[in-house]
Structures are given as C-alpha cells and as structure tokens.
Ligand binder design. Structure first.
Ligand SMILES: [Zn+2]
Ligand SMILES: [Zn+2]
Length: 238
C-alpha cells in the first residue's frame, strides 16, 4: 500500500467507527460484527456459529443503555452514614462479568463512628481500558500485541485511518480538532517515530486477519478471559 506521508487530524472521535465493530462471539469465539444503527440507536449482534444473539439500545455510547452487556460491570452506590452523617460511605467494585447474585445492598462501616449502614448499589456497564465494543462489551476481534503495547481497531475503516496516521512523517491537527479526537487519544507509544515500523507491521497483520475467514485463535491466546466471557454468556441466557 502506498502510504501518504502527511496526515491531518480533522478531530473526529473514535465514535465515528462504532457503527460496525469486528468482535468475537463471547460463547464460541467465532468472528462476528456488532452493528449500531445511527437512526434508530439499535445495536445488534448475532453469532453465525452458535446462534447467540445480543441487543441493546444506545443513546450515545457514553450512557448506560438498557440491554445486554458482556463486559465488566461496576457496582456503585454511596450515602451519608445513617448514624453520624459522615460523608460518604461508598461502594465501588468492578466485576469481570455480571455477577450471578448481584448485591443490591452492602453494609459499609463508617470510618468516623465505626457503625454499619446499608448502602444501595446499582450495576453499570464498566467501559474500562480493555478493548471491547462499547455497545455490548464484546471482545474485539482486531487485537494485536506488539512489544510496546496492545494494538486494536474496531473495523477496516478504523485500521486504515490508524495506518495513514502511523505511516505519516508529517502530522497535523486542524485547529478545530480539539483534544478528544481518536488520534489525540492514541497511546504515546503509537505516536513515536521509532516505533513506526513495528506498529505498521502489526497493523498489516490486522488488515490481513480481516480478510481471512478465521475462527477461534483468540481463545488460545486468552484462555482465562474466554472462560470468563463464556460463563457470562451462559448466565445472560439464563
Ligand atoms: Zn457464537
Ligand atoms: Zn458514622
């Protein structure tokens, strides 16, 4: 591929690529796609291998949506102490998947008066640093470890943009772009000129993987994670 030497960041965010995300089925690890429709805000995944279906409604991807979620969840709640009014007694825990018996109330000891008060907790999708689709929390298919860090992309268009950026020797940002663009949020190691060759090679491996009709190598690469995910999937099916 002929790489242009100049790249201009026009300020678009990662969200531009979130309409179609290459993922792996959390149950059978087969390659699949999460599709999010911009007009109806409807998000769907259907596995062609095992038949797993998942769906949610998403308003913008930042707010919790009603529906399926396969990623980590955060149990969060807080209140003042019921005895002395100390602020705050809080619960803030992250689980790798939706726990089978999610606590609705947790006793928290007040650091001031040493008595316990019940704190109500609610579960929220936890969109942490892990590379997952932001709608349903499914593991991404386009993941490639490098010796500098983990490279990931949502889809072919996203990969192309990363490739253009990394290959460029002249990088510019439109004055209007701000600091929330997909490019400006890339990790520092991806931006270093001395990593260019390594990162480009890894991006090419990802591009090659897009056209293979592969199945299941991710399970071997991340056995623990895959087990957790399939447990979560079974629970979700009830
Ligand atoms: Zn499947
Ligand atoms: Zn207290």
């Amino acid at each position: 591929m002929d790489a242009p030497l100049r790249h201009t960041d026009d300020g678009h965010g990662l969200w531009r690529y979130a309409g179609l995300i290459e993922v792996r089925c959390p149950r059978c690890a087969r390659a699949g796609q999460v599709r999010a429709r911009r007009d109806s805000h409807e998000v769907r995944f259907a596995c062609a291998g095992c038949g797993l279906r998942a769906a949610t409604m998403s308003c913008c991807g930042l707010h919790a949506a009603q529906g399926d979620w396969f990623g980590p969840v955060r149990a969060y709640g807080r209140r003042p102490c019921g005895y002395c009014g100390h602020q705050w007694l809080g619960v803030n825990r992250v689980y790798p998947g939706r726990p089978a018996h999610a606590p609705q109330r947790v006793n928290v000891r007040c650091p001031a008066c040493k008595r316990d008060s019940e704190v109500e907790v609610r579960m929220h999708p936890h969109r942490g640093a892990e590379p997952r689709d932001p709608h349903l929390g499914l593991p991404l298919r386009l993941l490639e470890p490098t010796r500098h860090g983990l490279l990931w992309a949502y889809n072919a268009e996203h990969l192309d943009e990363l490739q253009r950026y990394v290959a460029a020797t002249q990088r510019e940002r439109l004055r209007s772009a701000g600091n929330a663009s997909m490019i400006s949020r890339l990790p520092a190691w991806m931006k270093l000129a001395r990593h260019r060759a390594t990162v480009l090679k890894a991006l090419q491996r990802l591009q090659a993987r897009l056209v293979e009709d592969d199945d299941a190598p991710a399970l071997a690469a991340q056995p623990g994670q895959a087990r957790d995910l399939s447990r979560a999937a079974r629970r979700r099916r009830g």
